[in-house]
Structures are given as structure tokens and as C-alpha cells.
Design a protein around this ligand. Structure first.
Ligand SMILES: Nc1ncnc2c1ncn2[C@@H]1O[C@H](COP(=O)(O)OP(=O)(O)OP(=O)(O)O)[C@@H](O)[C@H]1O
Length: 740
């Protein structure tokens, strides 16, 4: 495909050769005023400037700027490519001479496609939010709300001495956090009540329930080993989280090697899990489906449970219910409770099975789980509790919000990532091996694939590290880092979602979390779905970006909770669209008692990155060397658009991402639909942020067969049913993210 495609702004082109632009140009996008102005310009007429008297001048300036951007795009991009085309096509000297005289913009070559390229900066919806409704007080000193308590210790809470020593020497943990301080005495006492542990993200809920259970086993007079039976079963919604808790247990049992945990998760070999169960284990950690499967089909499990099982834990209980595991959990519970308890072997353990639920958020569903699992449970929380059982975000987390028009989402993300990379470079001057970690949350797997590809595969300036899900970037990128291809990016990109193989998911997370020579001095950027939003304890995540809005406020809290953990600092940025989505800020205000900063997408994000950046074009033409931020931002975007035109694989990814994203958008919970309704989104503009110049349906992308099938379906189906069907499909897709 020609490089020239897409160099034309806001007008369609004739296929006829050498047709004067002034006669044929049709302006097809923008407001009517802009279209008229552009059309007049193209026809060589000077539009009359009229003032309505209300304009304070800034509008006029902006409008002039938009037109100027269009002109510049046309003169630099279009002229350059038309010129180069006329050279390539072997135009006659006569023609060339004529072109020179008339100027290149007067003649349109035959094979330039009739693609319409809309400008990034025109026709964007107005942003209503003029004032930050929840301004962060920058002068207020904030103490980390999920940090260990300085004036406390584990000994006084009754934790076993061996464990206290091990925590101090091997894990460098000396003081309990506030939720641990509350839960420890409860589980160490002989009350044996069911518990609901509810505390902020990163506040140490895992140790809050594991330490007392281990302590009680270690404090028993009886000698135990892996053959003594399973004392606790921990059920978790995601495989990654199960692996994490398994690792925590492995490190805790470092002081008592005779106690053995066992991991049961989907995607792993059932045969080897069975073998491990036969050998015996003291803790089972698993995802619901696989645990039930073993309970039903592995005889050795049931025989162990009667004399030993005393604790049943549901971590991220609300997510378990949201994913529809109620039935599976009920079956697990009825199987467990059907086994008679024999207290004679371990009399100092509870005389009944204690059920424990843990989560940073609660909602209607979790009470259902409470009814399924907990009996007269006690709620233990370190947060503010009211009717809505709110958990606020950690006090030290610095939240920012930016309202960005749909067309500009991708370029704004690029600019923000670039600013994070610059920050990382600064930190590297103090410590050459400094590692920065950034997580970007996206709506669905296809969207992750697309963004990962955009930011990591430009011009093949990358090397794969772990299969195709971890890429180290090298010099020469024109997309990322967005500005100077000559500088070593020092960036490693990762992708994580439920459609990757379990092996890939595990090795990706390991690479992202572990300190190693490959990651030393690098900025690690992970593009992921909500599969990484729950419970994952990834070390030193400095920034969380929510490019796609969360599907429910609980997801928002969990996503941003991947940073600012256990008293550490952290930042997060939420992208919203102008219009109805701006109302979301009022909705999440109660969860952010410390407020947030509003970032202006132009002044605070785009300008600092693109001003004087001289972004190079990724085609044959020379670099622009422009100082203008908006021209540089436009060049950056056009580079991507050109890639899509030249690379069918990229284009397919973009189309799939766009389609899946719009479908996923329709699955926002009904309570939040007033902010996130696909009807409010300008789909053409949204397509632009996927590098697409038109909405996929109008691009003729679908095959004739597919279209025929679709149109038949459309004829049969009424719009309401179609909406429900698409929502169901998207929901199914988002659930399958987790691939249990
Ligand atoms: N007492 C402590 N002192 C220092 N660090 C701790 C302490 N307790 C836990 N941590 C660390 O805090 C981090 C967060 O712990 P954990 O994963 O249990 O949080 P959480 O409350 O379960 O968070 P989430 O709700 O996001 O799942 C872990 O790295 C853990 O090692």
C-alpha cells in the first residue's frame, strides 16, 4: 500500500488523475463551520471572519490553531508525499514543471486512496468540568493508611515465636498492619467465629489470616507432617492470585518445612496435582472449579479432611460471586460439611470449620456468599463502614484524573508514558539499576493485544524475551518512546490477559515481578485486563493507568490498589471521556477522601512531551523538526495510522480491539450505565484512537459472508434483544478472561 495514504485531511479525493483539488474537494467531517471554512479554503476563497461578540478570544485562537494544524498537516504530509509520488510515478517533465509552478497541493495523483483523515484536534466534545470537585490538598501531610504500625509487634498478638523470628529474619516483617492487629487475636482465640475481613488494598490481609492459622498449628503439642492432613483450604478467583498465595505459604513454611502447601489451579496438569495430593499436604490453595473437581474425583483428598480440616477461606469473596461461582462454592461447601469432624487428633484446633471471607470491597453478592459460607459471621474492618460498606483508597495514593476526547486517548497515553520514562531516566541518574513499574488496565484481551503491539513492536525495534508476551525495546522506535528514536528506550513491555496460555501468564508475571539482570535499570510497562486487578502483589508498582474505565467502582479500587501497597507511595491516573463520563467523578468521590488532581490533557500531558520534540515520520520522508506540540502529536498519530495501512496484521488487531472494546463497554453495571453508555460515545472518534480512520463497519472490513450472516441476524433480531445479546457475549468474554 502506498505511503501516501492518509495524508489528506477532512476531504475525500477523486480517483481521476490530475483533478484539481479546488474543483473536487468535498469536506466530510468536523462541524459545519469548520467544513465550510475548509471547503472555501480548498476552493481558494478566504472565509470571512465573523464574531458573534460572545467569544472571549480563546475560542478564536483555538479555532485558528485547529485550522492551522490542518493546513500544516496537509502542507507537510500531503505535499511531501504528493511530491514524492510525482517523482516515483515518472510524471512527464511538463507535468512536473506544472506541478512546481502551481504548487503540489493543486494536483492529486491517481492512486491516492479516498481515505478521510480527521484531525486530532478538531470537533472534539467540550469538557464540562471546569473545577475539580475533589481537589487534593497538596499541603496536607498524609500518613500511609495501609502501613505496618510502628508502635506494635507480633509477639504481643500471640503469633508463634518461631514464626515471629522467621518473619523478622527472612521476610523482614516486624510490625503488624492495622487489619492484622485486629484479625490476629480473633483467630488466635477460642471464639472460632466465622469472619469477614474487610480492609484497604495492600493492607496485608493475606498474612492477617495465614499467620494465626499457622501459629495455631505450630503451637500444638502434637507433631505434624504432610501426612497429618489438610488444615486449611483457600479458594481464590484467579490462578495468578492462587499462585501468589501459594508462594506466600511456601515462604512462611520456610521455618517449618514439614508443613506442605498444595496448589490446584486450572491450566495445570491434573495428574501431577493428584500425585501431590496423594503424597499429602497441609494447605490446599486453588481456584473453585479445580478444587471441586479434585474433591469429586480424587479419593485421597476426602480421606484427609475429616480429622484435620478446620479453616475454609474465600479470598476476594465478592469476585468469586461476581464470576458466578455460587453453585460451585455451594457444592464444595456441602461436600466439606458432609464429612464428620473428628476433633480427637488435634484438640487444640477449633472444634468446627471456621469460614473466613476476605476482600477490600463488598457488594450485594458477597452477602450472598456470606449466606452460603458464613454463619453469624463477625465483620472485621479497618475502614470506614456504613451502609455501603465503603473502603477508601490508601491515603498515600496520589490519584489523578484526565478528561480526554476519544480521538486523543492513544496519543495522550503515549505522551503520559513518555513522561513516566523521562521520570525513570531521572531516577536512574541516582541509581543505575533502578526499576520502574507501570500497569495499564484495558477493557478486554483484544484491546491489550493491540496496545501491546502499538507500543512495543514499532518497526521491529524490539526483542522477544518470554514467548511473545514480554518485549525489550531497542533504539529506533518511532512510536515508543514517542519522541526521540535515537535514545535507548530502557523499556520492557508486557501483556497479560486470560486468553494467553497459563504458562505464558505465569512466566510473564514472574518476569515482571522478579529482580534480575535483564530488568535492572528498565521501565517495565504491563498492558493487562482486570485479570491483574485482584489481589496481585507486584513489587514497587509506581503507577497504575486506567485507560479504559473500570466496569464497576470495586474494580477501580482493586486496579489502583496494585500501587501504594503496605505503606509505599504510588500514583494512578484515570482516563475519562468528555460528557457523561465526567459524572463518574462525583460517584467515586466517597472512595477518595484525600481528593485527586485534575490533569489537563493538553497542558499537562501532550505539551510537555511533544513541545520541541521533533517527532520523526516513520516513512521515507525527512523528520519534521517542528517545535509545535500539536504538529508533533499529529505526526506521532499519523505514524501509527500509516502502520495500520501498511500492515494488515496491525489493522486486524486494531479492528478487533475496537469491536471488542465497544462490546465490553456495554457491560458496565446498570448502576453505572448513566456514565458509561455506548450511545454517548462518538464511535468514529473512538476508532481514531485505535489508529483507524473510519469505524470498522464502514471500512468494508467484514467479509461478504459475515456481513450477510450479520444482516440476516439483524433482520430477525429486534434492537433490544441485540443489545442484550451483545452485552451477554461481552460479559462471557470478560469472564473467560479468567479461564479457570
Ligand atoms: N506487617 C507487614 N509489614 C510489612 N509488609 C507487610 C506486612 N503484612 C503484609 N505486608 C506486605 O504487604 C503487601 C500486601 O499484602 P497483601 O497482598 O496481603 O495485601 P491485601 O490486603 O491482600 O491486598 P489486596 O486487597 O490488594 O489483595 C505484601 O507485599 C506483603 O508482603
Amino acid at each position: 500500500m502506498s505511503d501516501d495514504d492518509g495524508m489528506l485531511l477532512n476531504f475525500t479525493m477523486s480517483d481521476e488523475p490530475n483533478v484539481a483539488i479546488s474543483k473536487r474537494a468535498t469536506v466530510t467531517s468536523g462541524t459545519w463551520k469548520e467544513r465550510r471554512m475548509m471547503k472555501m479554503k480548498l476552493e481558494g476563497k478566504e472565509p470571512k471572519k465573523r464574531s458573534n461578540g460572545k467569544d472571549d478570544g480563546s475560542n478564536r485562537r483555538n479555532k485558528r490553531r485547529d485550522v492551522a494544524v490542518d493546513d500544516l498537516e496537509m502542507t507537510n504530509d500531503a505535499k511531501a508525499t504528493w511530491e514524492s509520488f510525482s517523482g516515483e510515478s515518472g510524471a512527464s517533465d511538463n507535468q512536473k514543471g506544472k506541478q512546481k509552478k502551481d504548487g503540489p497541493s493543486n494536483v492529486i495523483p491517481a492512486h491516492i486512496s479516498s481515505q478521510v483523515v480527521t484531525s486530532l484536534f478538531t470537533s472534539n466534545r467540550k469538557i464540562d468540568t471546569l473545577k475539580n470537585i475533589n481537589q487534593k490538598n497538596e499541603d496536607e501531610e498524609t500518613n500511609p493508611s495501609n502501613a505496618p504500625l510502628i508502635a506494635d509487634d507480633f509477639e504481643s498478638s500471640g503469633v508463634s515465636d518461631i514464626l515471629v523470628k522467621h518473619l523478622h529474619e527472612k521476610l523482614k516483617i516486624d510490625k503488624p498492619t492495622s487489619i492484622q492487629k485486629l484479625v490476629l487475636p480473633q483467630l488466635l482465640s477460642n471464639n472460632n467465629e466465622d469472619l469477614f475481613i474487610h480492609a484497604q488494598t495492600g493492607s496485608g490481609k493475606t498474612l492477617a489470616f495465614l499467620l494465626p492459622i499457622l501459629s495455631r498449628i505450630l503451637n500444638m503439642k502434637t507433631r505434624v507432617d504432610r501426612k497429618s492432613g489438610c488444615f486449611a483450604i483457600i479458594i481464590i478467583p484467579t490462578r495468578e492470585l492462587a499462585q501468589q498465595i501459594y508462594q506466600v505459604l511456601i515462604s512462611l513454611t520456610g521455618c517449618c518445612h514439614y508443613l506442605v502447601p498444595c496448589l490446584l489451579i486450572g491450566g495445570e496438569s491434573k495428574k501431577s496435582e493428584k500425585a501431590r495430593l496423594r503424597k499429602g499436604c497441609n494447605f490446599i490453595i486453588g481456584t473453585p472449579g479445580r478444587v471441586l473437581d479434585h474433591f469429586q474425583n480424587t479419593e485421597s483428598v476426602k480421606t484427609q479432611l475429616g480429622k484435620s480440616l478446620r479453616y475454609l477461606l474465600f479470598d476476594e469473596g465478592d469476585k468469586l460471586m461476581e464470576l458466578g461461582f455460587e453453585e460451585t462454592l455451594s457444592q464444595i461447601l456441602s461436600l466439606i460439611h458432609s464429612i464428620p469432624i473428628d476433633t480427637s487428633a488435634f484438640p487444640s484446633l477449633p472444634s468446627r470449620i471456621v469460614n473466613i471471607l476476605s476482600s477490600a470491597t463488598t457488594k450485594g453478592d458477597v452477602t450472598k456468599l456470606g449466606n452460603v459460607a458464613l454463619k453469624n459471621y463477625k465483620m472485621i474492618s479497618n475502614g470506614k463502614m456504613d451502609n455501603n460498606a465503603l473502603t477508601s483508597v490508601p491515603d498515600q495514593l496520589v490519584q489523578s484524573i484526565t478528561i480526554v476526547p476519544p480521538k486523543l486517548r492513544l496519543v495522550t497515553l503515549g505522551a503520559y508514558l513518555d513522561s513516566l520514562c523521562k521520570k525513570h531516566k531521572q531516577q536512574k541518574t541516582k541509581d543505575a539499576s533502578h526499576v520502574s513499574r507501570t500497569i495499564i488496565f484495558l477493557s478486554c484481551a483484544d484491546n491489550v493485544d493491540f496496545h501491546y503491539e502499538v507500543f512495543s513492536s514499532s518497526d521491529s525495534h524490539h526483542g522477544n524475551l518470554v514467548g511473545d508476551s514480554v518485549r525489550i525495546l531497542t533504539k529506533g522506535n518511532t512510536i515508543f518512546p514517542s519522541v526521540d528514536p535515537e535514545i535507548n528506550p530502557d523499556v520492557i513491555c508486557y501483556k497479560l490477559h486470560g486468553s494467553l496460555t497459563q504458562q505464558m501468564r505465569t512466566s510473564t508475571l514472574q518476569h515482571f515481578s522478579k529482580e534480575s539482570e535483564t530488568v535492572a535499570g528498565k521501565h517495565l510497562i504491563m498492558f493487562c485486563t482486570d485479570v491483574a486487578s485482584r489481589g496481585l502483589d507486584l513489587p514497587q508498582v509506581g503507577t497504575v493507568i486506567e485507560l479504559d474505565p473500570p466496569f464497576a467502582v470495586e474494580d477501580h479500587l482493586h486496579r489502583i490498589g496494585r500501587t501504594a501497597r503496605a505503606g509505599k507511595s504510588g500514583e494512578s491516573l484515570l482516563f475519562l471521556l468528555p460528557g457523561e463520563e465526567e459524572g463518574y467523578m462525583e460517584y467515586i468521590k466517597p472512595y477518595h477522601p484525600k481528593g485527586w488532581k485534575m490533569l489537563n490533557y493538553t497542558d499537562d500531558i501532550l505539551k510537555p512531551t511533544f513541545q520541541n520534540a521533533a517527532v520523526s515520520r516513520n516513512d521515507k520522508s525527512k523528520a519534521r523538526n517542528s517545535d509545535e506540540w500539536d504538529i508533533n502529536a499529529t505526526t506521532w498519530h499519523l505514524n501509527l495510522e500509516r502502520r495500520l495501512l501498511e500492515d494488515n496484521y496491525m489493522k486486524e488487531l486494531a479492528v478487533k480491539a475496537y469491536i471488542s472494546h465497544t462490546r465490553a463497554y456495554a457491560t458496565h453495571i446498570s448502576k453505572e450505565k448513566k456514565f458509561f453508555n455506548i450511545k454517548f460515545v462518538h464511535l468514529g472518534h473512538l476508532a481514531k484512537s485505535f489508529g483507524l480512520r473510519e469505524r470498522p463497519r464502514t471500512m468494508g472490513f467484514q467479509t461478504a459472508k459475515h456481513e450477510e450472516a450479520e444482516s440476516k441476524k439483524a433482520k430477525r433480531e429486534n434492537p433490544k434483544n441485540k443489545m442484550f445479546r451483545l452485552a451477554r457475549e461481552a460479559q462471557k468474554q470478560s469472564f473467560s478472561e479468567f479461564n479457570y
